[in-house]
Write a protein that binds this ligand. Structure first.
Ligand SMILES: [Zn+2]
Length: 266
């Protein structure tokens, strides 16, 4: 079992989910620390006009290391019709190569009352990703059955993986449902939290070829950085936790999650 250290070795980690909303200088500092600590690649993920702009700026500043995902999340669902968002994505994607669509998906924890609008926006982006043959970065919280319903109700002609369920917080049974629908599952700093035993069971259960790691920067910093502003440099702590749960080394987790991420996002 790998020892827990203050400065974990983190060669070649691939953080599959980070948001950048701050000033360019701040983003540059965060990314500089990530690269210096061995996070050699990451996906800059959109979700709103501001998050899309931040992700785009990060990807343009470091095109060889930062992959770009653009999309509209559940909080945007009632501000405009899905077609309006799809048009925006078409315009953005025409100018900037995308590695994925997202994040998109459902969250009934905060806004159960907008469930229908959330599902419509999610489905529209699934159709767009299918058209573009790109993976989808999916958020799902307290919406297990609705998520499966939208996935099953939306055509998908791709081969390989359909995308990733990011920042996974569900149980083994839901994970099995998602794996059966050709999704990878990504674990964030939440898996390191003291009360996350159910989630660690899920982390032990996901097969090696479907496992990804992420920070969800700037949210949800992992133990022992909990309470700080999160950044990609901390992804090593997620890998260390998965290594303990799965009885392997952080280096091995780094290697398999990197390979999986390269397959999905390039
Ligand atoms: Zn996110």
């Amino acid at each position: 079992m790998a020892a827990r250290t203050d400065t974990p070795m983190s060669d070649l980690y691939y953080d599959t989910h980070a948001h950048f909303e701050g000033a360019p200088l701040e983003t540059a500092a965060v990314l500089g620390r990530a690269f210096a600590s061995g996070v050699t690649r990451l996906v800059a993920v959109g979700g709103s006009a501001a998050l899309n702009a931040g992700a785009l700026a990060a990807a343009q500043a470091y095109p060889e290391r930062v992959r770009l995902a653009l999309g509209f999340d559940r909080d945007q669902a009632t501000a405009a019709a899905p077609e309006v968002y799809v048009e925006t994505l078409r315009r953005l994607a025409a100018a900037h190569p995308l590695a994925a669509v997202g994040e998109a998906g459902l969250d009934f924890h905060y806004h159960p009352e907008t469930a229908e609008a959330q599902a419509a926006l999610f489905a529209a982006q699934l159709r767009l990703a299918d058209e573009w043959r790109l993976p989808v970065i999916v958020h799902t919280r307290e919406a297990d059955e609705a998520t499966l319903r939208v996935l099953d109700g939306t055509p998908w002609r791709g081969e390989g993986l359909r995308g990733v369920i990011h920042c996974y917080t569900g149980d083994k049974a839901f994970a099995a449902q998602l794996l059966g629908r050709q999704f990878a599952i990504s674990f964030s700093g939440i898996v390191t939290f003291r009360n996350a035993d159910m989630l660690r069971e899920s982390a032990a259960y996901v097969p090696s070829d479907r496992l990804l790691i992420e920070t969800d920067t700037p949210f949800l910093a992992p133990v022992p950085k909990r309470g700080q502003r999160n950044e990609p440099a901390f992804v090593a702590h997620v890998a260390e936790c998965l290594a303990q749960v799965r009885g392997t080394t952080a280096e091995h987790i780094a290697e398999i999650t990197r390979e999986n991420a390269v397959r999905l996002f390039g």
